[in-house]
Design a protein around this ligand. Structure first.
Ligand code: SF4
Length: 80
């Protein structure tokens, strides 16, 4: 069975990740400041972001590893 991501901001097309715990919701376009959301938040306007979810989780893993002083290669190869 295929593992599907939970319907949370982290797996939502309207979400823009900013750090390992949070990002902004761009479901309403054109705002000066988009509302801050935790990665685990959710709402009725969730839309599947597809492959982007795995890129985001890889980025978070790399970022946390870096904060811990580890050197780790992630699936996406991104270490910021
Ligand atoms: S608040 Fe809703 S629409 Fe916005 S990023 Fe989270 S799930 Fe998506």
């Amino acid at each position: 069975m295929i593992h599907l991501p939970k319907k949370i901001c982290l797996s939502c097309r309207n979400f823009s990740l900013q750090d390992p715990q949070s990002g902004v919701c761009k479901v309403v376009k054109g705002l000066v400041n988009y509302p801050l959301k935790a990665t685990g938040d959710t709402c009725g306007q969730w839309r599947d972001c597809g492959q982007q979810y795995f890129i985001r989780t890889g980025w978070i893993k790399g970022r946390l590893a870096k904060e811990n002083g580890d050197k780790v290669a992630t699936e996406s190869g991104i270490i910021c």
